[in-house]
Design a protein around this ligand. Sequence first.
Ligand SMILES: [Zn+2]
Length: 138
Amino acid sequence: MFRDLQRIPRRDHHLPADDNPHIVYQVACRRRQQLAMWMRSGHSPLHADLHRHGLRPSSFCERCTMAPEDRQHFLFECPRFATERQTHIVPLLRRISADRGMPLLPSDVSVLDYVLHHEYIQDTVNYVMATGRFHCRS
Ligand SMILES: [Zn+2]
């Protein structure tokens, strides 16, 4: 977060960065773009992605230890995020189901394609942010 603030030129030098709406807005947008890119590309700090690149010894989810922590697990399965999923993903699946005129279930092979589609990605990012899974440690 601090590194992001340094790169953005300030408009109002009298305001500290945290109080400057221009900077707060830009950082929030960049963060959302980064999360969307991670989810869409499959190159994220999820353990399955890190393991695939040799950056973690195990792909398993540390939160539930039930399965590899890939996008499918993180978005639709991990019990640790059931509350956030109920708030963000369940209504999103309902919306997509209404848009396409047939039910979309978390187990459908095309479910990732749908929730990561540009039309729906912002709702998916809302879920990612609500989980706090990728919060910066500063
Ligand atoms: Zn899990």
